[in-house]
Write a protein that binds this ligand. Structure first.
Ligand code: BES
Ligand code: ZN
Ligand code: ZN
Length: 496
């Protein structure tokens, strides 16, 4: 979609729909007053009759027959509860209202409502971001595209001095939302199309378009490099595994590595999953998809960092050559792993990828994103990802999480937890006998900690946040693109 800044007075402005915010507990603000005058007091009447109470996210459409053909009243809720996230939510709500009313081009002045400690640019960015995120639809595989498409948004600004800042902010918000929607598309796309090879091709395309360095290792290289944990997971599949690495800005001093789990389908392997919801296991590449989104943004936002995006990609299938429970593999860092459960495959592919980036790049931090455990969903639900690892990095992640509202919550990772994944036959085991019944999310993290030597590291379990069971304001049902905005925020604030 197109998002522009329109410089005009409210009086002279022409639009099919203008979104105007109203607080529940405040008389009309200056913008609403001007609109009220234009509507000969109709806005006041609606409010007085309490047909519209301006509760948070409540909307009401008023047709005017004037230059501004429709006014969409948007409830902002209580004034002291209003913040950037509420602005995102009402912005998405307004965009969806435009769509429901089949209005192709609409306008907003929501950025003019002040928020404590937030500039007009930050407010405009939030609107652009939430509008593009909120209007997301995945209809690639529908032969009839019946959804009405909103084509453009104009951010109406009267003050010329603000225009430049708002334009830049709108552009940032737009690219960030596009990259998130890109990750959503990839995760929503079925495993028959998004194979490890397709993911590698996608990475190459992104590299070409954004001037990134791309490396793709196939089965033979994975084998000869000794990435046997990744190789082992791939054995039951006809699809060739790929280890994909993208790099942005390799000459920058500060190096950050982001590793994304890229299981393009997780059947569970020999420890086959039950049929209910198995179809959702195309989501198991959400970590890798987020990394592809993040790498695009690193380039588009010209971050002053060397960013390394690593994606171990394979299917987890129970074919005749599949890895079996009880098998032992030697990982890239030479530690031996006893395979207790073939469905705990994410930690295996990450083990090799994490130790590979640590050894070959020596980054100043490693962050992995993985739909690692069902247990994390049980622990934290759908509104926070579980985070584990180095204290300092976790603090940074919490700040980025609160800022982007892709929130995170720390879980403990103690010596005692690390004891529980010590192997009997080999150095470590990939699961405990109890499986998900005993702090499964922590055990996953404890296992991974064996594959980082000394680099500050954070593990983000996105099993509950990468996929939403229901539609929310600017989060669609199914793939959410979680992680793109969180990590981009982290990288943007890295040196602050
Ligand atoms: N990909 C799954 C985790 C998952 C489950 C993600 C549901 C999203 C929604 C992962 O590979 C897995 O199967 N984990 C096992 C680990 C267990 C065998 C120790 C799990 O969580 O049951
Ligand atoms: Zn699994
Ligand atoms: Zn998995």
């Amino acid at each position: 979609m197109k998002i522009d800044v329109a410089v005009s007075s409210l009086k002279l402005f022409k639009t099919d729909l203008l979104a105007v915010g109203v607080f529940e507990d405040e008389r009309l603000n200056a913008d609403a007053k001007a609109v009220d005058a234009m509507l000969a007091g109709e806005l006041s009447t609606v409010l007085r009759k309490e047909e519209f109470k301006a509760e948070f996210k409540q909307t009401r459409l008023l047709s005017t027959g004037k230059n501004i053909r429709n006014v969409l009243l948007v409830g902002l809720g209580k004034k002291d509860e209003y913040d950037l996230e509420r602005l995102r939510k009402v912005s998405a709500t307004a965009a969806k209202a435009a769509r429901n009313n089949r209005i192709k081009s609409f306008s907003t002045i929501l950025h003019r409502i002040e928020i404590k400690n937030r500039s007009v640019a930050e407010r405009a960015q939030a609107i652009a971001e939430a509008t593009v995120l909120g209007l997301y639809k995945f209809n690639k595989y529908k032969t009839e595209k019946t959804d009405f498409v909103v084509e453009s948004l104009a951010v109406l600004e009267e003050d010329r001095r603000n225009v430049k800042a708002i334009e830049g902010a709108v552009r940032s918000g737009h690219v960030i939302a596009d990259a998130t929607n890109y990750a959503r598309d990839l995760v929503n796309s079925p495993a028959c199309f998004v194979t490890p090879s397709a993911l590698a091709e996608e990475a190459r395309r992104i590299a070409r378009e954004n001037n990134l360095k791309a490396q793709v290792f196939g089965r033979e290289e994975i084998k000869s490099m000794g990435m046997n944990a990744l190789l082992g997971v791939s054995k039951g599949s006809e699809q060739e595994p790929k280890f994909i690495i993208l790099e942005y800005n390799p000459t920058a001093k500060e190096k950050i590595a982001v590793v994304g789990k890229g299981i393009t389908f997780d059947s569970g392997g020999m420890d086959l999953k039950p049929p209910a919801y198995m179809e959702d296991m195309k989501l198991d590449k959400a970590g890798a998809a987020a990394v592809l989104g993040i790498m695009q943004l690193a380039a588009k936002l010209r971050l002053p960092l060397h960013v390394i995006g690593a994606m171990p990609a394979t299917e987890n299938m129970p074919g005749g050559a599949a890895q079996k429970p009880g098998d032992v593999v030697t990982a890239y860092n030479k530690k031996t792993i006893e395979i207790i459960n073939t469905d705990a495959e994410g930690r295996l592919v990450l083990a090799d990828a994490i130790s590979y980036v640590e050894k070959n790049y020596k980054p100043s931090a490693i962050i992995d994103l993985a739909t690692l455990t069902g247990a994390c969903i049980i622990a934290l639900g759908y509104h926070a990802a579980g985070i584990f690892g180095s204290e300092n990095l976790l603090e940074k992640l919490k700040a980025a999480g609160n800022e982007s509202f892709e929130r995170v919550w720390p879980l403990p990772l103690w010596q005692e937890h690390k004891e529980t994944v010590k192997g009997e036959l080999a150095d470590v085991k990939n699961a405990t006998k109890a499986g998900v019944a005993d702090a499964g999310a922590i055990n996953g993290a404890a296992f991974l900690s064996n594959f980082v030597e000394k680099t500050p590291w954070a593990h983000i379990d996105i099993a509950g946040t990468a996929w939403s069971p229901e539609e929310r304001e600017y989060v669609p049902k199914a793939a959410t693109g979680y992680g793109v905005r969180l990590i981009t925020q982290l990288l943007m604030d890295w040196k602050k």
